[in-house]
Write a protein that binds this ligand. Structure first.
Ligand code: 6GU
Length: 232
């Protein structure tokens, strides 16, 4: 997969891309990630990319011209156009199902905005879909783009090394995860549940399933209302 990110703060992406799974996935050619600075496509000598909103009001709005020029440059860097995604609090909520859907694509173009928002003609003219990572306001779309990127790349074949682990994760089945334990058997008076030491794999699977259902009921009952939740 190729992922392009258009941003006014390319340096923000440096560290997250340098570690762990995102680093390894790039080194192994599973994903290729390219960051492009929108400001490089500003037309004037002040490198201006935002302006005051028509109709008045607080804050500044991302101008269409630098973004269109930047986009058209980036589009040509690879053969396929792929999905074009604007990160904005106005977007559809980002969930695991969307991450799985995006992981099937050959190319994504992510656009991270700043200021009060994008000139509406950016969304319309680029035919972009809009994604939000939650119902709160961030200072810009960069962290949201990184969240999306992280969630999608770990689903790409080979990215985790262990194919089972993405399958078992919370949400891949619409439930929270069962509790996990590692050594020692007793820590500060707290014992590992006996069943996990029994070696009875069928019983352990059953117990884990029950735990996952109970915790979801207790902590995230909203997940059980969803259509992808298991019937149990
Ligand atoms: Cl994608 N952008 C901003 N600025 N705030 C957000 C968001 C995105 N998702 C949730 N809050």
């Amino acid at each position: 997969m190729r992922i392009d990110i258009l941003t006014l703060f390319p340096e923000m992406f440096e560290s997250p891309l340098k570690y762990s799974i995102l680093k390894r996935a790039q080194d192994e050619g599973i994903v290729s990630i390219a960051i492009t600075n929108i400001r490089d496509f500003a037309a004037d000598k002040y490198r201006k990319v935002d302006d005051r909103p028509y109709g008045g009001g607080a804050g500044m709005v991302m101008m269409p011209a630098p973004l269109f020029d930047c986009f058209e440059h980036v589009e040509k860097l690879a053969p396929r156009r792929g999905r074009v995604i604007l990160l904005t609090p106005q977007g559809q909520p980002f969930r695991q199902a969307k991450a799985q859907e995006l992981a099937q694509e050959e190319r994504l173009i992510l656009i991270a905005g700043r200021y009060e928002g994008f000139d509406e003609r950016i969304r319309i003219g680029l035919g972009a879909e809009q994604i939000s990572i939650g119902d709160y306001i961030l200072n810009g779309g960069e962290l949201a783009a990184m969240v999306l990127l992280d969630a999608v790349v770990r689903l790409l074949p080979g990215a985790l090394g262990d194919e089972q682990s993405a399958q078992d994760d919370s949400f891949s089945e619409g439930l929270l995860e069962y509790p996990q334990y590692t050594r020692p058997e007793v820590f500060r008076g707290m014992r590992v549940p006996e069943i996990l030491l029994s070696g009875d794999h069928a019983k352990i699977a059953q117990w884990r399933r029950q735990q996952a259902l109970e915790r979801t009921q207790a902590w995230r009952p909203d997940l059980l209302e969803r259509s992808d939740a298991p019937d149990e």
